[in-house]
Design a protein around this ligand. Structure first.
Ligand SMILES: Nc1ncnc2c1ncn2[C@@H]1O[C@H](COP(=O)(O)OP(=O)(O)O)[C@@H](O)[C@H]1O
Ligand SMILES: [Mg+2]
Length: 287
């Protein structure tokens, strides 16, 4: 097994694609003098790769160019490794968009919240009025290392900020009251549903804020929900996915999102699930 950290590029490691046999190019990485032939890999675990470390380049044009060259080279390399990937980078990329996730989930018969994604203040106001204040949450498409924002309930005074929507679109959604959030970690054909009941925590709109005071338990999903989640995985051609649902007081399950590279150690810890083993098993005999 080899750990390939792309942030070791360009200083600590190098990468080479040799077309000596053009039908079977050989991809090799040298790190600290040690050479590994990546094209010999039998499976790849792909998880949130970092970009090459290009901090020493100060000219913005050169930086853009260099970044682009690495992007092209590395993305091409991924396609050359024909073994099974957990997950394949292109499929991972396609599946990571919340915009399309909701549509696919709805098509598969999963309930999704009424939603508006917009950079248009007027459209956002209309949505908020229609749903009613107190019944609308807003959230980000994604967070960065530097900026993380929890899901928030929309208040009437937030309308004064709507002009700045045009600088970054926001996801507005019907607030789904729930008895529990459900994080479903899927590895191949194994499904690990963890319930997180944040009703006793300090922040009930987003369980991640005060996880320490939330109740967690391993759960089971109704057959039809599980079947639809498996179809979702198939549709996006993912081997791994961490799905967020909410279980309502009526026993409905509402789909929020799928994280194709979502973390799983907290589900393993709180649910007692063998997720790490499942990932290792998959990589040893990919399904
Ligand atoms: N429509 C909603 N109704 C109620 N709670 C929500 C809603 N959307 C998100 N949340 C809460 O916020 C959390 C984070 O939202 P999520 O859609 O999973 O986005 P992300 O994890 O990418 O920030 C959810 O796990 C849930 O606790
Ligand atoms: Mg989430």
């Amino acid at each position: 097994m080899v750990l390939l950290d792309l942030a070791d590029l360009p200083e600590r490691s190098t990468i080479t694609v040799d077309y000596d046999d053009p039908c079977a190019p050989r991809v090799a990485v040298v790190r600290d003098g040690e050479r590994t032939v990546l094209s010999d890999a039998t499976a790849v675990w792909w998880r949130r790769p970092q970009a090459p470390t290009l901090d020493s380049i100060t000219d913005m044009d050169v930086l853009g160019f260099t970044h682009g060259e690495w992007f092209e080279a590395l993305n091409g390399v991924y396609q050359l490794l024909g073994c099974p990937w957990l997950n394949d980078p292109i499929r991972n990329e396609i599946a990571s968009r919340k915009t399309v996730q909701l549509q696919v989930a709805a098509e598969l018969g999963l309930r999704v919240p009424r939603t508006l994604m917009t950079s248009d203040a007027d459209a956002a106001v209309q949505f908020a009025r229609r749903e009613g204040f107190g019944n609308v949450i807003y959230k980000t498409f994604a967070s960065t290392h530097q900026v993380w924002r929890e899901t928030r309930l929309l208040r009437p005074e937030d309308l004064s900020m709507f002009d700045s929507l045009r600088y970054a679109p926001v996801i507005f959604q019907e607030h789904i009251p729930a008895v529990a959030d459900v994080r479903v970690t899927v590895v191949g054909d194994r499904v690990f549903p963890l319930e997180i009941d944040a009703r006793g925590s300090d922040y009930q709109v987003d369980f991640r804020v005060d996880m320490a005071h939330a109740d967690t338990r391993a759960a089971t999903l109704p057959d039809d929900v599980e079947k639809r989640l498996r179809r979702l995985m198939d549709r996006f051609e993912l081997g791994y996915g961490a799905i967020d649902l909410r279980r309502t007081p009526d026993g409905d399950y509402v789909f929020l999102e799928i994280n194709p590279a979502g973390e799983f150690l907290f589900a393993e810890y709180h649910g007692g699930f063998p997720v790490t083993d499942a990932v290792a098993d998959w990589l040893c005999s990919p399904t």
